[in-house]
Structure formats: structure tokens, C-alpha cells
Design a protein around this ligand. Structure first.
Ligand code: RB5
Length: 144
């Protein structure tokens, strides 16, 4: 598991799931860097995807979770930042593979498309699974 802070951010459509997962992370003992949003009032998902990505790039957080309605828009925004590998996951197996093969540093989830228990399972898998390295290093280098 990462030793540094976990960044978490969402738009309004991901707010409820963000709050649930934030609580979960705190209970697991992580220091949580919550970059908003702070309510269900409508906001723009790129603002929160960029903010979470900047926290990863600057080293303020080692990994993080981003949530919008589908997880699509916020992951597109985050992935525009070199060094960020945001993986949109719909089950724990994808979250595991995103760590093993892609060394994903942001888990993207859909607040309107993913059940809470599935999101919890994705989070657990994302945090517990180490990067495999080896042949994947070369492929990840080609993303940069
Ligand atoms: C907001 O209505 C919605 O478009 C947004 O949360 C996200 O799903 C975009 O990809």
C-alpha cells in the first residue's frame, strides 16, 4: 500500500461516491487529500481531474481516486498530464490489472454507473495490488 497521501476528487455526479470512499480510506488509515467538490451543486469535471493529476505530478499524493458520473470525463482530463495514468475501472479485476500492468496511479470510477460495493472492491484491489514491472516497464515508458 502507498505510504503517502491518497488524493480524491470528483464532480457533483461523483460527490456521493467520493464521500463514501473518503471515509473508507480514512478508516484504512490513509491520509486523504480531498480536492473537492464539496456538494452536489453542478461543477465541471475537468477542474477536478486536473487538480487530482497535479497532486500526483507534484508528489503531494502517490495515488488517488477520481469520480464523475461515468468516470470518463474526469479520467480524460487527468490523463492529459504526463506521468498520470488514470484507469477507468468497472470491477476489481480491472483495478488489479491496472496496477499490475499499467502502474495506474489514479483509479477513475463512475458515480452513476458503479455500485458502491463494486467501487469499494475496486478501491481495495487498486490499493493492495503492486505493479509487476518487468516487460511492462518498456510499455509504460512509451506512454511518456
Ligand atoms: C455530469 O453531468 C457528467 O457529464 C459528468 O459527471 C461525467 O459523467 C462526464 O464524463
Amino acid at each position: 500500500m502507498p505510504s503517502k497521501s491518497i488524493v480524491i476528487a470528483s464532480d457533483h455526479a461523483g460527490y456521493e461516491l467520493k464521500e463514501t470512499l473518503k471515509q473508507e480510506l480514512s478508516e484504512m488509515g490513509f491520509e486523504v487529500l480531498d480536492l473537492g467538490t464539496d456538494s452536489q451543486e453542478s461543477v465541471d469535471y475537468p477542474d477536478f481531474g486536473h487538480a487530482a493529476a497535479e497532486a500526483i505530478v507534484s508528489g503531494r499524493a502517490e495515488r488517488g481516486v477520481i469520480v464523475c458520473g461515468t468516470g470518463i470525463g474526469i479520467s480524460i482530463a487527468a490523463n492529459r498530464h504526463p506521468g498520470v495514468r488514470a484507469a477507468l475501472c468497472h470491477d476489481a479485476e480491472l483495478a488489479k490489472l491496472s496496477r499490475e500492468h499499467n502502474d495506474a496511479n489514479l483509479l477513475a470510477l463512475g458515480g452513476r454507473t458503479t455500485e458502491v460495493d463494486v467501487a469499494r472492491a475496486c478501491l481495495k484491489s487498486f490499493l493492495e495490488t503492486p505493479y509487476e514491472g518487468g516487460r511492462h516497464d518498456r510499455r509504460i515508458a512509451k506512454l511518456a
